[in-house]
Design a protein around this ligand. Structure first.
Ligand code: PEP
Ligand code: MN
Length: 365
């Protein structure tokens, strides 16, 4: 997964969405509910001078019918007013060609594609086709399910349609497992996207990851520590009365407090001693990794011998009792050394997978 490349032709984000704070901040309500709600929220946000882009959902994708589905086209002039009055560029979510055309006609500055749309290549292509010949910036949220290729595919479809002002938004994933988050962050997915295309701007949406206000700070801090380019934070003048996502929205005052608390660390540091010390610690890591790879090669040699031996004696590859004993003893050993039990279990599963594969090759020779 990490070595998959994503080749995109991109315009540097500083040219189309410059940061006004230490990172790019996108703020605004989950949904545009009324002209007054929108303007009031936008005025407070604009006065704080940290936000680069004002967001508001106009067409809201709701899991079940009957919930607030957004004010639709009628809300587009309200966003025009936000821009005219506050000077903040504005962004809305588009999910169809019709939304896209209406947003373009209304002069919306940036479009975003939501998680429920990224999962569907037909919808993404329809939006890409509607954008052909324009150079509007587009931000693409990760798909609802943890499928990196759907995210890559959506970015590629837009890029092939000529969109070079592209960014990605990490908003967490549905995994089917209940966690404290509304959408599990699965940070490794964001890191994999980063590794595949380092030039692609990556914005974290802690609001949709958290689902609740009290988690937003820790999720935002974690994202900043992973060196994201910005944060998209749902902000509403009165979250308690919000027609969607009430539990996760911040007031503009809380947004300001949050930004004051967050620590933005640098990519590096000019201190020569720091560089020296880091390099020497890294060479220790290099040595340990080399030992691990050598140990792995020795382990695979023994696996190969075991495979031949089982073959000679007509014994199955999988020996479930032995495997369960390996899993149990290694996780216990790891735990005694202060390591995370789940990480050791995952590592054992990888080793076991490689072992089964090698023994299968031996059996088939
Ligand atoms: C939103 O940003 O309001 C939204 C619907 O997000 P997502 O697509 O991440 O669920
Ligand atoms: Mn929302």
């Amino acid at each position: 997964m990490p070595d998959t490349r994503l080749d995109l032709d991109l315009e540097p984000v500083s040219q189309w969405l410059p940061a006004r704070w230490k990172k790019i901040i996108i703020a605004g309500p989950c949904g545009a509910e009324s002209e007054e709600q929108l303007l009031d929220t936008a005025r407070s946000i604009a006065a704080q001078q940290h936000t680069s882009l004002f967001r508001a959902g106009v067409w809201k994708p709701r899991t079940r019918p009957g919930a607030f589905e957004g004010m639709g086209e009628a809300a587009l002039p309200w966003l025009q007013r936000v821009k005219a009055e506050t000077g903040l560029p504005v962004t809305v979510e588009v999910a169809t060609a019709a939304h896209t055309e209406l947003a373009l006609k209304a002069g919306i500055d940036v479009l975003w594609i939501g998680a429920r749309t990224t999962v569907n290549p037909f919808s993404v292509q329809e939006i890409a086709d509607a954008l052909e010949g324009t150079d509007i910036p587009v931000l693409i949220k990760n798909p609802v399910n943890p499928d990196l290729m759907l995210w890559f595919g959506a970015l590629e479809r837009l890029n092939r349609a000529g969109i070079r002002k592209l960014g990605a938004i990490h908003r967490g994933f549905s995994t089917g497992t209940k966690t404290q988050y509304r959408n599990a962050p699965l940070w490794e997915m964001a890191i994999a996207l980063r590794s595949a295309c380092p030039a692609l701007p990556l914005i974290c949406d802690p609001s949709h990851i958290s689902g609740r206000r009290d988690l937003i700070e820790s999720v935002s801090q974690q994202a900043l520590d992973l060196d994201v380019d910005g944060l998209m934070i749902e902000t509403h003048r009165d979250p308690a009365t919000a027609l969607s996502d009430a539990a996760q929205q911040l007031t503009p005052a809380l947004l300001l407090q949050l930004l004051e608390k967050l620590v933005v660390r640098g990519k590096g540091c000019d201190d020569a001693h720091f560089g020296h010390q880091l390099n020497s610690l890294r060479s220790v890591i290099d040595g340990i990794d080399a030992e691990m790879v050598q140990a792995l090669a020795r382990r695979m040699q023994v696996v190969e011998e075991i495979g031949s031996y089982k073959k000679e004696h007509g014994v199955t590859i999988l020996q479930i009792d032995r495997w369960l004993q390996i899993l149990q003893s290694r996780t216990a050993q790891g735990q005694a050394l202060g390591l995370d039990k789940d990480i050791i279990a995952e590592l054992c599963q990888l080793l076991h997978k490689a072992s089964i594969r090698r023994q299968t090759e031996v059996m088939n020779r």
